[in-house]
Design a protein around this ligand. Structure first.
Ligand SMILES: *Cc1c(COP(=O)(O)O)cnc(C)c1O
Length: 407
């Protein structure tokens, strides 16, 4: 018999680093999810910007079944067909010439930061090792990636952390000018900050970052772990900022929930990860790569990418209508289907309460910090699911406003 578990089991057996909701989802289809009690939810969260093609997409289920019956794992001492097919497609569709596979966003970033250091070491010497990243940025939870990330709370108590890292404000080119130098080996940027509050990068800022990198022989690393694979309406978000990175990382939506990540690089940069310099046991495993190849085939089509803006507009119109009634948001922003709604000062710190009320009403949404509701639904969510989910979100907001009147 299957062991029965409840929410209480979490508190008995799990390390307490998460605080999951009491809901126990057991099944998903498209943008709908059902819990153990049979209650249905509209999913505007997509995991955390992961299930870009919704739950149990039939093509992906088939690809995974097929690969599962064929071959699960090879080490990187073998030539791996699914990995090479995926790498070929990634290089054909992007600026990149070379690919390294990993299993998570943090690992892809770890590879990117190591490559940036190694490239500078090879070409300019050990003095050129400084990495510049932006305040509020998020790059993962390994020691190196929390150190590059711009949120002090994720480093607290884990010191000593790796050195040679500097931070300045996002979208503020003067601050970057003040700290970039010939000791800088890389500037790391999210084209739209996700965890930091859903803050889109300014086009002019991004282009000046690129120019400063060129001026100082620093590599530009785009962290597209959250913004990549169609999320913003282009395959990668940097395309909309008119910049070309030297290194790019992608993960979340790449496997639609099956763990896979990739670091993409130019030929010139990639050379510095020579044989033996870096590696991963699972990175590029055939299951992950077979699924990711199918994800890429589906996402990189006019039907999927071209439908993102229409859905974005429906969400913005819906959120604006809610706001006209309840006056809860001071800003509604985002790119494509990575959207943020920042609550008014009277509701400061209450974004979490809205997502709890949302789950009660049958809609999953996310936060990005204490004051921003974040939406990252499937790229192929139907108009009907959008309307249903927004109606549920409106009810949730009505409840929260009843408890905390805003005016
Ligand atoms: C989620 C995220 C990461 C970390 O990815 P993991 O798979 O959790 O390691 C890194 N960068 C950005 C921008 C992210 O949103």
């Amino acid at each position: 018999m299957t062991l029965q578990v409840t929410r209480a089991t979490f508190d008995e057996v799990m390390v307490p680093n998460y605080a999951p909701s009491a809901i126990i989802p057991v099944r998903g289809e498209g943008s709908r999810v059902w819990d153990k009690e049979g209650k249905e939810y509209v999913d505007f969260a997509g995991g955390i910007a992961v299930t870009g093609l919704g739950h149990c997409h039939p093509t992906l289920v088939n690809v995974m079944r097929e690969q599962a019956g064929q071959l699960w794992h090879l080490s990187n001492v073998m030539t791996n067909e699914p990995a090479l097919r995926l790498a070929k497609k990634l290089t054909e569709k992007t600026f990149a010439d070379r690919v390294f596979f990993a299993n998570s966003g943090a690992e892809a970033n770890e590879a990117a930061f190591k490559l940036a250091r190694r490239y500078a070491f090879d070409h300019f010497g050990p003095e050129k090792h400084e990495i510049i990243a932006f305040n509020k940025s998020f790059h993962g939870r390994t020691l190196f990636t929390v150190s590059v990330g711009g949120q002090a709370k994720y480093k607290e108590g884990f010191e000593p952390t790796p050195g040679g890292i500097k931070h300045c404000d996002y979208n503020d080119i003067e601050q970057l000018k003040a700290i970039i130098s010939d000791k800088t080996c890389a500037v790391v940027i999210e084209p739209i900050q996700g965890e930091g509050g859903v803050i889109p990068g300014d086009i002019e800022f991004a282009q000046q970052v690129r120019a400063l990198c060129d001026q100082h022989n620093a590599l530009l690393v785009c962290d597209e772990v959250q913004s990549g694979v169609g999320r913003t309406g282009t395959l990668f978000a940097h395309e909309q900022l008119g910049i070309k990175p030297d290194i790019l990382t992608t993960a979340k939506a790449l496997g639609n929930g099956f763990p896979v990540a990739a670091m993409l690089a130019t030929e010139e940069a990639a050379k510095s990860l020579a044989v033996g310099t870096h590696g991963s046991t699972y990175g590029g495993n055939p299951m992950a790569c077979a699924v990711a190849e199918a994800v890429l085939d589906i996402v990189d089509t006019p039907e999927v990418l071209g439908g993102v803006q229409h859905r974005h507009d429906l969400f913005v119109a819906g959120l604006t209508a809610i706001n006209d009634k309840y006056h809860v948001f001071k800003d509604i922003r985002g790119m494509g289907l990575l959207m943020g709604a920042e609550v008014v000062d009277q509701l400061a710190g209450k974004a979490g309460e809205i997502i709890k009320a949302g789950a009660e009403e049958g809609v999953f949404v996310l936060v990005a910090g204490p004051n921003v509701l974040r939406l990252a639904p499937s790229l192929i969510i139907t108009d009907e699911d959008i309307a249903d989910g927004l109606a549920r979100l409106e009810k949730a907001i009505a409840t929260v406003v009843a408890n905390h009147p805003v005016a």
